[in-house]
Design a protein around this ligand. Structure first.
Ligand SMILES: *Cc1c(COP(=O)(O)O)cnc(C)c1O
Length: 377
């Protein structure tokens, strides 16, 4: 056959790899990084994705997983077993809370939630059997920014691991391992793949031995990512830097516009000077504030519905971080399962709308929002 030198990695759409003889098989066991055997254990496409994310996060190894959820599961099981306890920041992705509170507790891993104002003083929360703290770089939907350096100093002081969900920030804005975290997870479904066409996750570790354990969990639980999804995600990842620049540029313009609009009661965006962690966010994010923001209209069903219907180019789609903008409604989607007191406490009311700002032309985005607000009741 002719020598083929593709510029991009082909899709290795195969569940298994062949061996010439027993000597060839032995090479696989001696150097598992050099050869492949079975796609659930490893595949060139999922390895390529993991390696690229590992480079961006400056880790000591990474593994691709079937979703952000399976990445969190992998990371937690790397450090915890039955009888252990873990801490979780109170403002956390709803799926993560469901995994911890409803599923892992059944397997004997206990969880307690730490209020935002107590994150940097963990003495009252850490017990003998506490193994880790899970937090997000930027919270959903109100974009609270966590001081990762302070947090990692506190987890080190109290002898627990720090696991950071860096989905909202991406390594373009913040590299948690660099700031002292032990492990980073991503929903690759969001910015890393970036085109709303993949469900995937990844775990990145600061220590190679932790990653060995994570890989073992991925293989045995069957949490691997398929070759095609890996390929799509790796393809999206190539434009992460330029996409993030435009997401951030647009989001700041939109946040400034919304904060001046009479029908908008409140805007949550770390790039606005009035945001409580604006300074921290600026320093930690190298002057970039991300593509997510939330704002509050009147807390009234008809107001919200009329705004949603009036938008012409921004659909209501309960996910985020794609190249085209979308809105979501935290109270009725991501934070639906919280009880009314919890919702009230977090400030997630009927009028709160989360906007995932895409990479469209800035003027077109602003024009759509302006005309929709005009028609809002
Ligand atoms: C979406 C999301 C997840 C879950 O990821 P999936 O890819 O949907 O499994 C976890 N954390 C955050 C912050 C997310 O936004």
């Amino acid at each position: 056959m002719a020598q083929i030198h593709p510029k991009t990695t082909p899709i290795y759409q195969t569940s298994v790899f062949t061996f010439e003889d027993l000597n060839d098989l032995e090479l696989y066991f001696e150097q598992p990084d050099q050869k492949y055997m079975y796609s659930r254990y490893g595949n060139p496409n999922s390895d390529e994705l993991a390696e690229e994310v590992n480079k961006l996060e400056e880790g000591e190894g990474a593994v691709a997983t079937s979703s952000g959820m399976s990445a969190i599961l992998t990371a937690v099981l790397t450090y915890c077993q039955s009888g252990d306890h873990l801490l979780c920041a109170e403002e956390i992705y709803g799926g993560s809370a469901a995994l911890l509170s409803q599923e892992l507790t059944r397997m004997g891993i206990a969880v307690s939630y730490v209020p935002s104002q107590e994150l940097y003083t963990l003495d009252g929360h850490v017990k003998e059997n506490t193994k880790l703290l899970l937090a997000e770089t930027m919270s959903n939907p109100l974009l609270q920014v966590v001081d990762l350096q302070r947090l990692s100093a506190e987890t080190k002081r109290t002898g627990i691991k720090l696991l950071i969900d860096n989905t909202f920030a991406t390594p373009v804005i913040t590299k948690p391992l660099h700031l002292g975290a032990d492990m980073v997870i991503h929903s690759v479904t969001k910015y890393l793949s970036g085109h709303s066409d993949v469900t995937a996750g990844t775990v990145v570790a600061a220590k190679a031995e932790d990653m060995e354990r994570s890989k073992q969990i991925m293989r045995v639980y069957g949490l691997n990512l398929s070759p095609f999804e890996s390929w799509l995600a790796a393809r999206g990842l190539k434009t992460l830097q330029v996409r993030m620049k435009q997401h951030c540029f647009n989001a700041l313009a939109v946040a400034e516009f919304l904060s001046r609009h009479p029908k908008v009661k409140q805007v949550w965006y770390p790039g606005l000077p009035q945001h409580p962690q604006h300074k921290l966010s600026k320093a930690q994010g190298c002057g970039m504030f991300g593509g997510m923001l939330s704002f509050r209209l009147e807390d009234d069903l008809e107001t919200v519905n009329s705004f949603m219907k009036a938008l012409q180019h921004i659909p209501f789609a309960p996910s985020l971080a794609g190249v085209s903008s979308s809105i979501s409604h935290p109270l009725r989607t991501s934070h639906r399962s919280l009880n009314p007191e919890q919702q009230q406490k977090l400030g997630i009311t009927l009028g709160v709308i989360r906007l995932s700002v895409g990479i469209e032309e800035t003027v077109e985005l602003l024009a759509d929002l302006a005309q929709a607000l005009e028609k809002t009741k």
